[in-house]
Design a protein around this ligand. Structure first.
Ligand code: 13P
Length: 251
């Protein structure tokens, strides 16, 4: 049943990218048609580039997203950006709850849930990130931590169209380390069980992305794992050649 889920390869540019990076994005657009048979492509640049990228991507096989949003639609929140504004700029998906925001800005599950609800209210797909730290992993707490994050940060009534879950072990982000395929299969299976218990048929069709040191050389192995429905890619999404090669690794 889950075999029919179309993979999503999502690039998280994090705090990287200037106007000059448009050339790299154009290279992604140019190569996208060649991989469109394998996966949907999403690029989440810094907010300063969303509108320009979304304009360029119109009619191409890449959609543009954002990396965070404020839970409210408008108001006195200096420096913050509402989901509605991101959608207005051309974003169709919004990453929320990334471990870097949880760590750098002290974001907890309740706030992440509000942000995911804000994305849905604005008409965007929420990509909710979860993952354990090295210390939690070493203590054998991985599944307990993930269960808590899933319980606390996924909006009630989510559907396969408006919610994507990204499993990103914190210790694998930017380190070159990845879990074994066996570990990924166990953890994604656990997430799938949680999603089907919570959202029934929709939960069976929701995409579960793997993130953390995905690169062209390991993409095919990771993307072949059961219940892995694509990747959330950091560093390797900054280069068109690498990003497209990862998409070509989808089964
Ligand atoms: O955090 C990530 C994507 O959101 C993963 O980053 P890397 O691919 O650079 O490890």
């Amino acid at each position: 049943m889950t075999d029919a889920i179309r993979p999503l390869i999502a690039g998280n540019w994090k705090m990287n990218g200037l106007k000059a990076s448009t050339a790299e994005f154009d290279a992604m657009l140019n190569g996208a048609a060649g991989v469109a048979g394998r996966a949907d492509l999403l690029v989440c640049p810094p907010v300063t580039l969303i509108a320009a990228f979304a304009d360029r991507a119109r009619g191409k096989a890449v959609v543009v997203g954002a990396q965070d949003c404020h839970p409210k639609a408008s108001g006195a929140h200096t420096g913050d950006i509402a989901a509605e504004m991101l959608v207005d700029a051309g974003a169709s998906a919004i990453i929320v709850g990334h471990s870097e925001r949880r760590a750098d800005h002290g974001e907890g599950d309740a706030l992440v849930k509000q942000k995911a609800e804000a994305a849905r209210r604005a008409g965007a797909t929420a990509i909710v990130c979860i993952g354990e730290t090295q210390t939690q992993r070493d203590a054998g707490q991985t599944l307990d931590i993930l269960r808590g994050q899933l319980d606390g940060s996924l909006p009630d009534g989510s559907t396969a169209a408006n919610l994507v879950v990204a499993y990103e072990p914190v210790w694998a982000i930017g380190t070159g380390l990845t879990p074994t395929a066996k570990d990924v299969e166990q953890i994604h299976g656990f997430i799938r069980e949680f999603l089907t218990a919570s959202f029934e048929a929709d939960g069976a069709r929701m995409r579960i992305l793997y993130g953390g040191s995905v690169k062209p050389s390991n993409a095919a192995e990771l993307m072949a794992v059961k219940n892995v429905n694509g990747a959330l890619v950091g560093g390797a999404s900054l280069k068109a050649a690498d990003f497209l090669a990862i998409a070509r690794g989808c089964p």
